[in-house]
Design a protein around this ligand. Structure first.
Ligand code: KG4
Ligand code: ZN
Length: 341
């Protein structure tokens, strides 16, 4: 017997993207609407929380309506409303959470709060219909760097995390230092193609007694020191070489930690997720490393790597079918831990 399709209306507003999507059975994206605020924040060199919240308020209803209309579906046809409730900027999260609660209350459609990182990980299910847990996933975004065992849907064990800056944060800070502007990741990715990744040796940090943890602030300082010393010596800086060498230092550490974990825990599947996972050199490096280690490599398309609501719909589906429901006192939790409710 054919089971009934389950459709989720998903909402995401944890940072600077106001997004809504309709996802069928956890893996089929019927619509994926993203209003990016990046242009608004560029002149400040980073996300301004107050501006982000105000813009979310302006856009949220519009993106939700558009998500339903592009999916050719009505609100009444939705089985659940999934919304990111953490981690993220509290004022930004509250906009999505309030909208989701209001719609759920008015329509009687169940509400499911979703963890943002679980969303990033679940982005891998959208285009890889064969991917099922268990596998290891590296989540690298503007706010997070986590190496995670996905034991089952919604069940995670964190092997390592960053001690200081997130990987994307390091990209953004280094990009600013070499005058590329915000957001730095895509710009470093692009300019690196013209540079020599072996031109400058930047440190590959290890964290004592925590072999899967990351630390990127030392690398960031090394880049700043290099730029200062060039300036003092009156030497011209080759921005493409600096970008490529910095990027290689980040990727080397991410690949080494990830492959170490994959081998230690004997998983034969490995996935990447988060904004930094759209980096082209990082993808090539992981493709090669996984091929060498005979591991199946999974990654979302760039549109599902950066913040979007389709990934929240994918994660929300698996929570929903497990029976997870949120009550109307669901609140934004800016520092929500993965695996917590
Ligand atoms: O996942 P995301 O959209 O938001 C967070 O949850 O943080 O990630 C945004 C981060 C930014 O730091 C951005 O610079 C980085 O992802 N990023 C990239 C690339 N595209 C976005 N980093 C490196 N290479 C890229 N191509
Ligand atoms: Zn994100």
């Amino acid at each position: 017997m054919m089971e009934k399709d389950i459709c989720i209306l998903a909402i995401e507003s944890s940072c600077d993207e106001t997004a809504a999507a309709v996802v069928k059975n956890g893996r089929e994206v019927l619509s994926n609407i993203i209003y990016s605020q990046i242009a608004l924040h560029t002149e400040y060199g980073g996300v301004v929380p107050e501006i982000a919240s105000r813009k979310h308020i302006e856009k949220i209803n519009q993106v939700i309506e558009q998500a339903l209309s592009e999916a050719h579906m009505k609100l009444e046809e939705m089985d659940a409303i999934a919304v990111t409730y953490g981690p993220g900027l509290v004022g930004a999260l509250l906009v999505g959470v309030s909208a989701a609660k209001a719609i759920s209350f008015a329509s009687g459609i169940p509400l499911v709060g979703v963890h943002h990182i679980e969303g990033h990980i679940s982005a891998n299910y959208i285009e890889n219909k064969d991917l099922e847990p268990p596998f290891i996933c590296l989540v690298v975004s503007g706010g997070h760097s986590h190496l995670v065992v996905v034991k089952d849907y919604g069940e995670y064990e964190i092997l390592g995390r960053t001690r200081d800056d997130a990987a994307g944060e390091a990209f953004d800070k280094v990009a600013r230092a070499i005058g590329l502007g915000y957001p730095g990741g895509p710009k470093i990715d692009k300019i690196s193609k013209e540079g020599n990744p072996d031109a400058i040796h930047f440190p590959r940090a290890k964290v004592a007694e925590a072999e899967y943890d990351f630390s990127f602030s030392g690398l960031k300082s090394a880049v700043l020191n290099y730029l200062n010393s060039c300036q003092m010596k009156g030497e011209e800086v080759n921005r493409a070489d600096v970008a490529a060498s910095f990027q290689k230092a980040v990727i080397d550490v991410l690949v080494e930690h990830s492959m170490g974990a994959v081998k230690r825990y004997s998983y034969n599947k490995f996935a990447i997720a988060g904004g930094v996972a759209s980096n082209s050199s990082l993808r090539v490096a992981f493709e090669e490393a996984c091929a060498k280690n005979k591991i199946q490599f999974y990654h979302p398309s760039p549109i599902f790597c950066t913040d979007n609501a389709a990934m929240i719909g994918a994660a929300g589906y698996y929570e929903f079918v497990k029976g997870v429901r949120s009550s109307y006192d669901l609140n934004a939790v800016p520092n929500l831990k993965l695996g917590e409710r």
